[in-house]
Design a protein around this ligand. Structure first.
Ligand code: PMV
Length: 326
């Protein structure tokens, strides 16, 4: 492998305490801290090669050239890496997700975590895990949580350097499963970058942010002590709070589909029937149902019985972003 070329792999993550809204948009400094679990089995694999013979950056995502705004976003991110490395060489970026594209699984976290690691390595930079996490954050906030392994917490920090994610428990600490119900929907949701900039237009956002330290403490403690009931209660509350902010922004954002609500309303009934499970939703209609081992098969079966559930993806906790063979 030439020093100018590197390949990296990173997992997406699911947040139990969500990031929604920036206190500074360009640096993607979050309004509140967040906690998530990396998703093993699902990954983005990205190769970056700095090549002086290129006139500009070339990007291939899942076998095709992406739309111009996507290329621009990747070029802006590579510019940060080039500035850190003191170089101007254009790069060739080839990236693939192993999970179905268009299925509505947010891929920006795994995408920018893998791109950050591959690009910094290809540029010859020596970076620590926190520095790499802070770098990935510049591409997509939640990407900083896909750099360290297992259950991770993004510390808000005071600025660019100390706003990064750390592992709070390793992937093998607790065998939880994320069962992701992929729904049939025909509209493209408003992207999270645009969504973050609307968060402050909701009168509920300040209350949500002010209360975040309490939710983070409960969530962190529930993970460390493997208290599923407490984790379930705080994660559902946090997801509902984020969606309440989304729905009360100007303009309002409604990410739930009728089937999302159908699943949400079923979950407490399933819990009463002794199935330990909770729901959480990101900026899309897919519902993430989290359960401990060995309940994943029961959760999948119940989900597949719900009309309009197209498919269920399943993921236990995943490790950190890592370098791979090209
Ligand atoms: O990293 P972004 O800009 O795609 O934002 C992610 C936002 C949510 O997925 C809705 C919440 C989160 O913390 O992952």
């Amino acid at each position: 492998m030439s020093i100018h070329c590197a390949t990296a792999v990173a997992h997406p993550n699911i947040a139990f305490i969500k990031y929604w809204g920036n206190r500074e948009n360009t640096l993607r400094l979050p309004s509140n801290g967040s906690i998530s679990m990396n998703l093993a089995g699902l990954f983005t694999r990205t190769t970056v090669q700095f090549d002086p013979s290129l006139e500009s950056d070339q990007v291939i995502l899942n076998g095709t050239t992406p739309p111009y705004p996507t290329i621009q976003r990747i070029t802006s991110f590579l510019d940060i890496v080039r500035e850190m490395a003191g170089k101007q060489t254009p790069a060739r970026v080839v990236s693939e997700n192993n999970f179905p594209t268009g299925a509505g699984i947010a891929s920006s976290a795994s995408a920018f975590a893998a791109l950050g690691l591959a690009a910094s390595q290809a540029a010859g930079l020596k970076v620590t895990e926190p520095q790499l996490s802070a770098l990935a954050r510049r591409g997509s906030g939640s990407a900083c949580r896909s750099i360290p392994g297992g259950f991770t917490e993004w510390l808000t920090g005071s600025g660019d350097r100390d706003s990064f994610a750390v592992t709070i428990a390793s992937a093998d600490h607790w065998k939880l499963y994320d069962c992701i119900a992929i729904l049939e929907v025909d509209h493209k949701p408003v992207g999270s970058t645009q969504g973050h900039s609307l968060a402050a237009t909701s009168i509920l956002q300040s209350a949500r942010v002010a209360d975040a330290p309490r939710r983070l403490d409960i969530c962190r403690h529930a993970i460390l002590t493997k208290n599923f009931e407490n984790l379930a209660e705080i994660a559902e509350q946090d997801s509902n709070l984020m969606h309440a902010v989304m729905m009360t922004s100007s303009p309002p954002l409604f990410y739930w589909a009728p089937t999302s609500l159908n699943i949400i309303k079923n979950v407490p009934t399933w819990r009463k029937e002794n199935l330990p499970v909770f729901y959480t939703l990101d900026a899309g209609s897919n519902v993430h149902l989290i359960c401990p081992e060995p309940y994943q098969d029961q959760v999948i079966k119940r989900l597949m019985d719900i009309p309009n559930v197209q498919n269920v993806l399943i993921a236990p906790p995943g490790g950190p972003a890592s370098l791979a063979q090209g």
